[in-house]
Design a protein around this ligand. Structure first.
Ligand code: DAH
Length: 343
């Protein structure tokens, strides 16, 4: 009996050691230790033995049973670990490798040149203490015209024909609408800037689009003068163009500022000598601006006897065109990948 038990132990341990799958191990377990297994059969036969033999054999078979169970568990967990390891190594992704299809890498997108300049401007303005505001593209007539001192039937409305909705609202023609929304939200003194997309009902050509981008700026404080305006404009342009820029102010008419100006910069393409970009004049019109009209301050619930301000509107398309020498504004929304890939 003892020998038989030892034989079962040795054979089963061998089988366990050479087993190669969880299923195989399981069938070994059933054969040796299962209800009808070899060891169980011996244990069942114990009753036929003498008392002494019984306790000796019983003890031995329990020891063997424990040893086999332990060996089985050990082998099983070895296999499970190996399976996990194999899975980890098998699924490993080597991020340092190029895609076998190298066109995938080329298809990765990038930020549109208008957005690039917008983000730059946001950085420049926030560094000067301006807060960035947002406003809606579909706008109320009140914010786009009325509160900017452009009442119904005012001829200035003709310059900014737009798209109207059936219920009497419009797509904003300029970011100036955010001046009023900004004044409603803030109490002076404050400095705000507001980038955004604007719309005009226009026939398109090389310098006209129905959809383009502007940044509005406004500062309201005590005793704001044209000197403050010029300083901020020059500092802004110096940072955008990364050089000192010569500017000149001409009178310009916008109902929401008084006085109003067109701020021109000395042409950066030809240095002022005259070229096709500046139409041989040496100057490029870039920044309409002025001191905020008292009526506009009143519309924004600000007392014009106590506070004053300047405002400006910067065309982002024009700025990008100057920077890169782009000659047709229609490229921006063309979606032409040959254009976009250059930035
Ligand atoms: N909103 C004007 C336009 O789109 C530009 C402008 C002019 C903005 C003078 C201003 C300003 O803030 O002071 O034509």
């Amino acid at each position: 009996m003892k020998e038989e038990l030892e034989k079962i132990k040795i054979n089963t341990l061998k089988e366990i050691a050479s087993s190669s799958s969880i299923d195989e191990i399981e069938s070994i377990r059933v054969r040796a230790l299962g209800r009808k297994g070899e060891l169980t059969a011996i244990l069942r036969g114990l009753s036929k033995l003498s008392h002494e033999e019984r306790s000796e054999t019983g003890k031995l078979s329990n020891e063997i049973k424990a040893a086999l169970e332990e060996a089985i568990e050990k082998r099983k967990s070895e296999m499970e670990n190996a399976a996990v390891e194999a899975m980890i190594h098998g699924d490993r992704i080597d991020l340092s490798l190029n895609s076998p299809d190298s066109t995938i890498a080329k298809k990765q997108g990038h930020i549109h040149p208008i957005s690039q300049i917008q983000y730059e401007l946001e950085d420049i303005f926030t560094s000067m203490g301006f807060e960035v505001l947002d406003g809606p593209e579909p706008e109320l007539e009140y914010y786009n015209f009325e509160a900017l001192n452009i009442p119904k039937h005012h001829p200035a409305r003709d310059m900014q024909d737009t798209f109207w909705t059936e219920d009497g609202n419009l797509l904003r023609t300029h970011t100036s609408a955010i001046q009023i929304r900004g004044m409603e939200k803030k109490t002076p003194p404050f400095k705000i800037m507001a980038p955004g997309r604007v719309f005009r009902y226009e026939s398109t050509d090389a310098s006209h689009e129905n959809t383009f981008y502007q940044v509005e700026g406004m500062m309201v404080d005590k005793d704001i003068s044209v000197a403050n305006l010029i300083y901020v404009m020059k500092e802004l342009l110096r940072q955008i163009f990364r050089q000192d820029v010569k500017v000149r102010l001409r009178p310009g008419y916008f109902p929401f500022v008084e006085p109003g100006f067109e701020l021109d910069i000395n042409c950066l393409i030809c240095g002022g000598k005259g070229c096709s970009v500046c139409k041989q004049s040496g100057w490029v019109e870039l920044l309409p601006c002025g001191l905020v009209h008292p009526n506009v301050l009143r519309f924004g619930n600000i007392d014009p006897d106590k506070w004053s301000g300047f405002a400006f509107g910067l065309g982002l398309n024009r700025l990008v065109m100057m920077r890169y020498g782009i000659t047709d504004i229609r490229h921006f929304l063309s979606g032409d990948i040959r254009f976009l890939n250059q930035f």
